[in-house]
Write a protein of this length. Sequence first.
Length: 877
Amino acid sequence: MRIRVIGGTRKPAGFLAVLSLFLVLLGATPLLHADEPFARSRDYDLEHSRIALRFDLDQKKVIGDVTHTLTILRDTQSITFDSAGLQIQSVTLNKVAATFETSEDKLRVVLSKPAKPGEKFTVEIKYQGKPAKGLFFVLPDKDYPNRPRQIWTQGESEDTRYYLPTYDYPNDRLTTETILTVPADWLTVSNGKLISVTDAGGGLKTWTWRESQPSSTYLITVVAGEFAEAKDSWRNIPVTYYAPKDRADRLAVNYGRTPAMIDLFSRKLGVDYPWEKYAQSMVDDFVVGGMENSSATTNTSSSLRHPKLVPELLDDEDPLISHELAHQWFGDLVTCKDWGHVWLNEGFATFMESVWTAAHFGKDAADYNRWETSRRWFSMTGLYAKPIVRHDFDDSSEFDANAYDKAGWVLYMLRHQLGEDAFYAGLKHYLEVNRGKNVVTADLTKAIEEATHTNVDRFFSQWIYGAGAPKLEVSYTYDETKKQVALTVKQTQKREGYVGFFHLPVEVEIANASGPKLYNIIVSKESESFSLPSETAPRMVLFDKGTQILKSVEFKKDKKEWLYQLKNASELADRADAAVALGKLKNDDEAAAALGEALRTDNTDGVRISAAGALGELGSAAASKQLLDSLSSATQPWVRSRLVVALGKFKDEPAIKAKLEAMAREDSSYLTRAAALQAIGRMKTSNAFDVLTAAVNGDSPDGFLRDAALRSFGSLGDDKAVPLLRDWAAPGKNMEAREAAIGSLARLQKDNKEITNQIAAYLSEPHFPIRLSAIFALGSRGDASAIPALEALLKSNDLSIEMVPMIKGQIERLKNPNAKVKRYGQMEEEEEGADGEEASAKPAEDQRLSHLEQLVQEMNERLKSIETRLPPPPPNK
Ligand SMILES: [Zn+2]
């Protein structure tokens, strides 16, 4: 699963939808079903399910008839299924009517006599229900009469039970036959092969899909609706794509690289793509970014970017597409036995994104992402003390940035330390031995050792079962007489809980008059010194050249060495480090000049972006001049927009304000114009109101500039925008424009009750993102008169279950506006964030962001600045 915060034109509510999911996974309320940390002991092995579903669109109801074939594993008196909120109408056991009882989330079928291991049963269950989650209806209504009709499911982690009584935990695998009866002009997608499409009468057709390879129930999928299909193939395996009917023309431009990815992963892993087909369905209002259902991934339709925006976002949706594809091996073919080992799914999928990035966009692009990820992970301080493998989910989700980002990093380190060939030999063996099985981490270490004869126990002990990462202090002196560099390394992390001292093989580069030389050292103690030869005084010492180890390091160097490093280090990460260090030398014109040169001439976009950011940090006149001078050479939108973000930091320079207004009106790049629109709002430039208004009324692909301008009105804080925002917030307008307008509207005329009432009216809309926008807008607005509306919402019976903690959080916020307690689902003031720290200054985070725990950790920071959010300028091209 990939949780995406930012899509093509993703807006705050996109983020909030994600937020809601993490709240579910968090078990933030007793209403939610907490994930079971440990795998169950099984009474039976569910072998096959024949799942026949019909749908009542008016009632948003599923009508099901499921037949399970299973074999008893332990002596038992009954057969229990997970079933939440479903009305069970009848149950037969081996075709004979059976007694059953239901509880909140179980269906227990009573056996007439105790069953013994090996006994086989066929259990048919007829049922219906209006799923609160697990299965979702997207339908037209009076405000949006033209929406394509869609039904889709999302099983992970334990939500299949909301539309299907089944065994709903990963430690079992079954084959499926999915029989879907839907309107005749619909398409359907499910796991496995399409067997038949037959006329069902009454304007309906029945589609039958069969998956012949077993996988876990959370990977069962149903997608049905008014979709268009595009066909491709890899070798003889069908590769298909589905878009809502009105966006069929966007499939090829965004998804066309899929066969190349399948090919790359099959070759790298030494195990061919394991399923009979690969379908990707892009659905509206999807609750996560992507979901790797076996042979049939579901992704958000916001990954179908407008063809005019695609060239500005070169790596486009490739991280999402490659992530879900990688899961077809890691997660689907080989599945974690319990959620405590979910890194075996998510860490590998995250790692494989970088494999595609490196192959397709180049090593520098992958290196930049890795460098960024390391910085981001360290900023999420709440993750530090938690090991990657853990089973205490009470206080947070197991789908955290340790399972994704850190685990992906750990696999990168493992590859670096084992070497490419040994690493992939280990993975191949792991996949082959465990094909079609459920695994724990020990299965991976065992497979690697069997394949490579290298013991990786210490590596796993410190990086996977242990927590944290090294925090280092490094310094050196040069002894002229001995011709030696004395390198001192201290591990400064606190040894407590799961965090210890690390044992690290480190590559040190010393560059002197005769060129660079590489030395390998092992760091393992709290404090140690290393003597390394150097004929002349070093010009540069790189500790962990190229950042091969997840660590934070304080390496005190003088300016001269940083300047040398920015210009001469061969690896991107070392030059980017130098840019960051030079960005801290306030009022230093030499630093500004060097950063300006890097911004114009470095051959990687990652360093150029880092240099632009560092110039923004410097904040001096010399720095702004460097940024302005670089505009003409920064033609790539993903660099140019970052340059504009950096210029937005110079609030007191009238010439820059005028320049940004001009760029907001006209620039070669939409991305850059959007960044400028947001910057002039935050800077409150004199013509900002007119420029933003013109952008709202102008034309741009998917309303890209309109939405950026609507978001920016909130930071501008000019009440003249109220009529326009009220208009754009209203039902019938584009959904993403509404989300932007609602957020900004909440920040204006705070004593105007009519605005509060207007936003409160949106609380009862059927559109999930609009509801969420309204909930959070009311919380941030601070008008306590909204409390009764929010409290009334809590009582409504059509409330999706994940909204409860969010609503409660906002009510609490309105009741205690000065409380500093940070709770999940509760926002800090947006205004501070909007005018101060800009999230848009960190688009690399946005771009790569996909992870729940990240949201947990950065919740407040992100929500603060949600109104100013930019779409992601990918830093790596
Ligand atoms: Zn995933």
